[in-house]
Ligand binder design. Structure first.
Ligand code: ADP
Ligand code: MG
Length: 683
């Protein structure tokens, strides 16, 4: 076999068969390079070897060095499990090691052989028993036991043991990997070279070195992220944006025309947006605020300002329901000010569509609301000044960019979201964005009373639903699944609809709605519920966005622990929109304390911002915002909440860009930027 290089496919390596190669592919490992960059999740320290006489029972992992006196196998009396047993001796004492369900070990363990073994110890009549210990023959280079052992992200059938054996002989190749960090920068920051860091992680010699290696890799991840963000920012601010002058009289006139007073938050957000739109560099701003916090009004004011300056605006929403709703709201708010607001969605009939496209191209229609239909090429505004995207994380970067590119000068961009991204993360994810936040609700809203409901309280909760319906109110029932999956025992909308309509509430009108229905049918069913023709709506997470039924006062969520905190908060935002007091009932599907704590957090916290922050701390950034969904590469080492390292990386990125704005001094750096193409406008 030729000696492998970085690009050698893993299946060409000794010891990697087609099955292992397939498993590696599942972890994204295709080549030797990938294998070297597959980093351990943690390390297990089995360096301290104790004599058999000193073993103590307990949860602690203990390591011994002993000779095999005898090996045997048998079946356990009750469950008939295969059990391999080895009697060990180290001169002073004896102990036993047992392995369950690994009958093949009987052939791997030889009498008289000296082993290092590491595992938890139980005490039995015969003395200490090592439970399923890791073991390895004593040799010159221990790979698995008696060292700082790397533990890798694994997949079924591909063990850390296997990975260690494949990676160890390849380690000299780490020298050939291009280091994305330029030497000068690396030295300034006192960081290890890439090759050294990788060897320290795969074959560590001390915990201190592991820490330094992790610092180095983590820094690189954050540095690249910051470099991409800061580059995009510089690029944007250097571009010519559409300037929409800020006319305070227009703003005041609009505010005075409203049937309510703007909240302070709305005033501040509007001021920030209008000021930003008047700057020469194009606006890139994120407006965050809970459902019902009044974001649409703020967007309306921005659109009106654009209209006054002779520009058009596009407002894009992720669903037809939401687009219709925005169209209704914006038309009501802006038509009195002479703005022609049109709606363009997939369902728009061809004739109307032609007429709208014509109006937009001629500049008569100044505000076009719609779904992703807006991104199509036929939508050609003559003077686009503002693009608003609602729930922008629902759209791909490409879709957003297609909207922005509908004009020669870069239009001002406003993203709105009710799924708040914690400030700490927003800084990173949208390093190139300004923020506005609506932290308070318009006056007159009563907060939604939220309770975690245990199994014994289910009947009482149903009585409560009955009583509310008797008073003319309506209820949502959210299920984690559309259809029953027998393995999980999770409640599904379909079977829950069946059960509720026949057994629990036979006299009530129970409607079903889920994402597998054709959109026409969804809209009809939603429409019936909104019109009060159904008492209960059994559904899935499809109701998350864009449902406005002020008469609904109960949000009942099955298997609530299966949803993220921010998502539960979103559901809750579907009620409490009318004059009546509202309730959110969180039913826990599987009783586990951690799940319960998370639900209690939702019950006691009303702010979506606080919940997002909490969710982030409880589950980690990967799960919460889905870096991939945002088009970002996964962080393998870096902690996105590590503000100190983030700040260090940001400063280093700024310094580097001052010297090398085009990233031409160190090619691996430019190369590394390609993975950020989808998030930041880098072309
Ligand atoms: P969001 O888009 O943030 O979910 P909306 O803009 O749809 O919220 O506003 C929710 C409701 O609150 C709308 O009916 C809107 O008319 C109303 N609203 C907005 N701002 C105020 C305010 N300052 N005072 C009273 N009601 C308001
Ligand atoms: Mg909204």
């Amino acid at each position: 076999m030729v000696s492998p290089g970085l690009d050698t496919p893993v299946e060409r390596l000794a010891g990697v068969g087609p099955r292992q190669a397939t498993r590696m592919a599942k972890l994204g490992i295709h080549t030797v390079r990938d294998l070297l960059l597959h980093l351990p999740r943690r390390h297990e320290d089995t360096r301290e070897v104790r004599s058999l006489a000193l073993l103590a029972p307990g949860a602690e992992v203990q390591t011994v060095r002993a000779r095999v006196r005898r090996v045997g196998s048998r079946r356990t009396p009750y469950k008939r499990m295969a059990l391999v047993e080895a009697v060990l001796e180290d001169g002073a004492a004896t102990a036993t090691a047992v392995w369950f369900n690994q009958p093949f070990l009987v052939r791997q363990l030889r009498q008289g052989e000296e082993l290092l073994l590491s595992g938890k110890v139980k005490w039995e009549r015969s003395g200490p028993v090592l439970q399923n210990p890791q073991f390895e023959r004593v040799s010159e280079g221990q790979l698995h036991v008696g060292r700082l052992t790397p533990v890798y992200p694994e997949t079924g059938g591909l063990t850390s043991r296997h990975l260690r054996e494949r990676i160890a002989p390849l380690l000299p190749l780490t020298e050939l990997l291009a280091d994305a960090l330029p030497d000068a920068l690396r030295e300034q920051e006192g960081l290890l070279p890439l090759g050294e860091a990788l060897r320290a992680l795969h074959a560590p010699t001390s915990p201190e070195l592991v820490d330094r290696a992790r610092e180095r890799i983590g820094f690189e991840e954050l540095f690249l992220l910051q470099l991409a963000a800061q580059r995009a920012r510089r690029r944007r601010l250097g571009g010519t944006g559409v300037v929409v002058p800020y006319d305070p009289d227009v703003a005041r006139g609009f505010a005075d025309s409203l049937p309510f007073r703007l909240t302070d938050g709305q005033r501040r957000a509007a001021h920030g947006i209008l000021t930003d739109m008047a700057q020469p560099g194009p606006m890139n701003r994120l407006l965050q605020g809970d459902v019902g916090s009044g974001k649409t009004v703020v967007a309306a004011m921005a659109a009106l300002m654009a209209h006054h300056a002779g520009f058009q605006a596009l407002v894009m929403a992720p669903t037809e329901i939401l687009a219709r709703q925005h169209h209704g709201t914006l038309d009501a708010l802006l038509a009195p000010h002479g703005v022609s607001v049109r709606l363009l969605i997939g369902a728009t009939p061809a004739r109307a569509r032609r007429e709208i496209l014509g109006g937009v191209a001629a500049g008569q229609d100044t505000l076009l609301v719609g779904t992703h239909a807006l991104t199509e090429d036929e939508v050609r505004p003559v003077a686009l000044g503002l693009v608003v995207v609602d729930e922008q994380h629902r759209f791909g970067v490409a879709q957003r960019q297609r909207l922005r590119r509908k004009s020669e000068d870069i239009p001002n961009f406003l993203a709105m979201t009710a799924t708040p991204i914690p400030r700490s993360l927003a800084l990173t994810l949208y390093g190139d964005v300004n923020h506005s936040e609506l932290r308070e609700m318009p006056p007159g809203r009563t907060p939604v009373v939220t309770r975690v409901v245990g199994p014994q309280d289910r009947p009482a909760a149903y009585d409560f639903v009955r009583a509310q319906v008797a008073e003319g109110r309506q209820a949502f029932v959210i299920c984690p699944l559309v259809e029953e999956s027998d393995t999980l025992g999770v409640r599904s909308a379909t079977s829950e609809h069946e059960r509720l309509s026949t057994e629990v509430f036979p006299t009530l009108r129970v409607e079903l709605l889920h994402g597998r229905m054709p959109s026409r049918e969804k809209e009809e069913r939603m429409g019936r519920f909104a019109a009060g023709e159904a008492d209960l709506l059994v559904t899935t997470s499809v109701v998350e966005v864009g449902v406005d039924v002020p008469n609904a006062t109960i949000m009942l969520i099955e298997g609530a622990e299966r949803f993220g905190l921010a998502q539960l908060h979103q559901f809750r935002g579907r009620v409490g929109r009318g004059a009546h007091a509202s309730h959110c009932l969180l039913f826990q599907g599987t009783p586990d304390p951690a799940g319960h704590d998370r639900l209690e957090a939702v019950a006691t916290t009303q702010s979506g911002f606080d919940l997002a922050e909490l969710d982030l701390r409880m589950r980690g950034p990967g799960d919460v915002i889905g870096l991939r969904q945002h088009g970002l590469p996964e962080m393998r080492v870096a902690d996105l909440l590590d503000q100190a390292l983030m700040e260090r990386a940001r400063a280093a990125a700024e310094r580097w860009l001052d010297v090398d704005p085009t990233l031409s001094l160190h090619p691996p750096l430019a190369e590394a930027m390609t993975s950020f193409r989808d998030v930041f406008d880098l072309d």
